[in-house]
Design a protein around this ligand. Structure first.
Ligand SMILES: Cc1cc2nc3c(=O)[nH]c(=O)nc-3n(C[C@H](O)[C@H](O)[C@H](O)COP(=O)(O)OP(=O)(O)OC[C@H]3O[C@@H](n4cnc5c(N)ncnc54)[C@H](O)[C@@H]3O)c2cc1C
Ligand code: SF4
Length: 512
């Protein structure tokens, strides 16, 4: 139907629909598109604003303030605060993410099936594969074009080749990417095929309404069935939504359990089991100019140590963020600034086994998570390999950014010492989590899971969870496409279809 803003709603309002979808990220957009194309009246509620490509802020900090949750500064509390970075806008994190696309790895799926046969029942592999094929085609997923990779990505290939580690150009959801390197502030030219420009546009063309600037505060449940929800609009209005058929939660693995808890739905392990992929990074200086701001934001990855739970990626940030990684302070730091074009930063994502928990405290969302000693050992190992990749690619010095370790390393012995003898405390490592999972897991046993195999809440009819809250574990790879595949199957369950029945989504003209 249309795009609306809660900024324009200042008086108490009631809206009705067949299905209310909470959150417009990869999960919510996928559900909305599938259900709208099946003829259901869909209303998507999104807490953040709608931002068009030309409106993206240029600076990293301006963009975080405008499009990230809590200015990009929310954190899990634990042995050391670990930032939990999430988008908060129409499209969720998708408009500001790195555009990296991975299919759900078969080994992770088999692990899930080994834990609970609900997975094979509710999310059959052939149905996930077919949904992934369809989504990848719609989002234009393809390996990074070497013509736009730029030096920071090509150097990673050189380093991996020298070390004999498996590597490849990253598969990304972009069309005609010009290598502007601004994916994490939002592609200013709309080349990234984020869900706001693709799946949500399709949903609107099929009749869905997307209401931005409207935060859902509570679900309405009576006689064991979800009836709708209450929201607060940016214009200050209280909004009542009546959903005749279902309410689908797609607010992310942090906000979905928080909303259930706020609504008094505390049955089962809701909020328990939080997992992430904490990431740490290494900066390195090359003699030749690398100009990290040029080239595909994240265009190359090293996957040869995925079996160890380590995945390495080239990074692409605004220069202000890269500058924060230069060694030294005061005059020494200022003297280093002219070197900026020679520095790059690469990261490692860790498949941590550690579980945390999401709470709702006086209406505020709190996440508790601390890295385990094994995670800290993985950080050190990941940093060592990042340093080795950089030195093998020709870097003259690398900066691990670890408090209590040497600020600059120039040889393999220093990197080995960092892995073996580096600091043991969590506060030494500036880790960040951008991938979150596992807080409303699916399963057959309501004591050990929150949703049934068909992703319906164990205790509330008409209430579904479509995001990575339902994943039994983290993945070790970038999750946006697996999230969309699972959400596509959730949409089939909402319609009462078998997940193996795949009603085609009718094609749309490109959204305006
Ligand atoms: C900087 C960054 C880079 C990343 N890079 C990649 C990458 O390259 N590849 C990849 O696969 N993944 C990447 N990710 C992760 C990926 O983007 C997320 O896993 C994915 O977007 C999660 O999808 P989702 O729909 O579950 O949640 P989200 O994308 O978080 O969307 C949830 C939406 O719900 C809204 N919401 C929450 N609560 C409410 C409420 N109460 N009422 C209304 N709306 C609400 C939020 O505002 C948000 O817009 C990255 C993430 C970040 C932050
Ligand atoms: S790398 Fe640049 S051009 Fe390509 S999608 Fe990202 S921001 Fe857009």
């Amino acid at each position: 139907m249309t795009w609306l803003s809660g900024g324009d709603l200042a008086r108490p309002t009631t809206m009705s629909c067949d299905v209310a979808v909470v959150g417009s990220g990869p999960a919510g957009a996928t559900v909305a598109r599938a259900l709208a194309s099946a003829g259901l009246r869909v209303l998507v509620l999104e807490a953040g604003p709608r931002v068009l490509p030309a409106q993206f802020e240029r600076s990293a900090f301006g963009s975080m303030a405008a499009t990230y949750r809590g200015l990009g500064a929310t954190a899990a509390l634990g042995a050391a605060p670990t930032p939990l970075v999430q988008g908060r806008m129409v499209g969720g994190s998708s408009p500001v993410n790195g555009a990296i696309c991975w299919r759900l790895p078969r080994d992770v799926y088999d692990e899930w099936c080994g834990q609970d046969d609900a997975v094979a029942h509710g999310l059959p592999w052939p149905a996930l594969e077919a949904a992934t094929d369809e989504i990848e085609a719609r989002l234009g997923v393809a390996p990074t074009d070497p013509a736009v990779a730029g030096p920071k990505n090509l150097l990673m290939a050189r380093g991996a080749e020298a070390l004999g580690l498996e590597h490849r150009p990253i598969r990304r959801n972009v069309r005609d990417c010009r290598g502007l390197g601004r994916c994490m502030q939002g592609c200013p030219e709309g080349h990234k095929q984020s869900v706001d420009l693709t799946l949500l546009g399709d949903a609107v063309q099929h009749g869905a309404t997307v209401l931005s600037d409207a935060e859902v505060v509570e679900l309405t449940v009576s006689r064991g069935r979800a009836r709708g929800l209450q929201a607060r609009t940016m214009g200050g209005a209280r909004l009542t939504v009546q959903a005749g058929h279902a309410v689908v939660l797609a607010a992310s693995a942090v906000q979905t359990p928080a909303l259930l808890l706020r609504s008094g739905l505390r049955q089962g392990p809701v909020g328990h089991g939080f997992q992430g992929h904490p990431g740490v990074s290494m900066a390195g200086r090359f003699l030749e100019p690398v100009r990290m701001w040029e080239g595909a934001t994240q265009g190359h990855e090293v996957i040869g140590l995925r079996h160890e739970g380590l995945k390495f990626e080239a990074l692409g940030f605004d220069l202000t963020i890269l500058a924060a990684r230069l060694p030294g302070w005061g005059r020494a730091f200022a003297d280093r600034l002219p070197e900026l074009p020679h520095w790059v930063e690469w990261g490692v994502a860790v498949r941590s086994r550690t579980r945390g928990r999401v709470f709702s405290v006086l209406g505020r969302t709190v996440v508790r998570w601390s890295p385990s000693p094994r995670d800290l050992a993985q950080y050190r190992r990941g940093l060592r390999v990042l340093g080795e990749l950089m030195l093998a690619a020709g870097a003259v010095e690398v900066a691990p950014g670890v408090r209590g370790a040497p600020p600059l390393l120039r040889d393999l012995a220093g990197l080995r010492a960092l892995e073996q003898d580096g600091p043991r405390g969590a506060a030494a490592y500036p880790a960040v989590i951008t991938h979150m999972f596992g807080t409303c897991r699916l399963g057959r046993d309501p004591r050990r899971s929150v949703v049934r195999p068909d992703l319906r809440h164990h205790h509330v009819d008409g209430l579904y969870v479509a995001d990575s809250s339902v994943f039994p574990t983290n993945l070790g790879v970038n999750p946006q496409v697996p999230i969309m595949a699972v959400a596509a199957l959730c949409a089939r369950h909402v319609q009462g279809l078998s997940p193996l029945q795949s009603p085609p989504v009718p094609p749309c003209a490109p959204p305006t």
